[in-house]
Design a binder for this molecule. Structure first.
Ligand code: PGA
Length: 247
């Protein structure tokens, strides 16, 4: 049995009733040795945390909203608040946030503190068509490897999620050999450029149109340490089945 990370990015989906039905099923049918992480909307983190027992799954925040410069900040959610609510993880740099000009991955890295970062990278369609996938990913990874972004805590490990933008929510996925190639490239680049981390400290997840049909072959692809799943994580039965897979 190989242990992988299986992460569910719920984005802006969910309601109290949906969560009750979902976790009543999930809790009764989960039989996994993988590490399962849910990224629900902030407002539902507390409700979902009541279903955690014996660390059967973990929670993460979708977006840090840090108090830049220690001034009061309306709508702020700090790393301490996420931690206090039961979160151990934080997504940084999801492509749906990167398109906003006010979004800064280095700001999120700077304020993540004790939360384990899952740092999202990936090329868009035009990068892919012009053969610029590696260049785009290097530009994104430079922020992750910038020592100035870790003022207080030296991270002991990092999780990178490779999510080609053209694969998110589209039903398209890269060929397995291309996923493997990019994952290996990310591990090498980060281990050579990160101020604190070595290759063994770097995990790489794949995200973008993962579903119950393609999950097994993706998880068996070399250099794939897990998956980040959007749409297919919203169906309790399908997602529980994914979590219960033996690889
Ligand atoms: P998807 O989303 O699985 O629906 O393609 C993945 C993501 O955006 O993290």
């Amino acid at each position: 049995m190989i242990k992988k990370i299986i992460a569910a990015n719920w984005k802006d989906n969910g309601s109290k009733e949906f969560i009750k039905d979902y976790f009543d099923y999930f809790k009764n049918n989960l039989n996994t040795e993988h590490e399962i992480i849910f990224f629900p909307p902030d407002l539902y983190i507390n409700q979902i945390s009541t279903y955690i027992d014996n660390n059967n799954f973990y929670l993460g925040g979708q977006k840090l909203n840090a108090n830049v410069g220690d001034k009061p900040f309306t709508s702020g959610n700090s790393s301490e608040m996420f931690f206090d609510s039961g979160c151990h993880y934080i997504l940084v740099g999801h492509s749906e946030l990167r398109i906003s000009t006010s979004y800064s991955t280095s700001n999120d890295l700077y304020y993540a503190n004790d939360l384990q970062i899952i740092f999202c990278v990936g090329e868009d369609k035009s990068d892919k068509e012009s053969n610029n996938t590696k260049d785009k990913i290097i530009r994104q990874l430079r922020e992750l490897c910038n020592k100035a972004n870790y003022p207080k805590i030296k991270p002991k490990k990092v999780i990178v999620a490779y999510e080609p933008v053209w694969a998110i929510g589209t039903g398209y996925t890269p060929e397995l050999k291309d996923i493997s190639f990019i994952h290996r490239f990310i591990k090498t680049y980060v281990s050579e450029n990160h101020p604190f981390l070595k290759e063994k400290d770097i995990m790489v997840l794949y995200g973008g149109s993962v579903n119950s049909k393609n999950i097994k072959e993706i998880l068996r692809t070399p250099y794939v340490d897990g998956v980040l799943i959007g749409g297919a994580s919203l169906d309790a039965k399908k997602f529980t089945k994914i979590c219960n897979l033996k690889i």
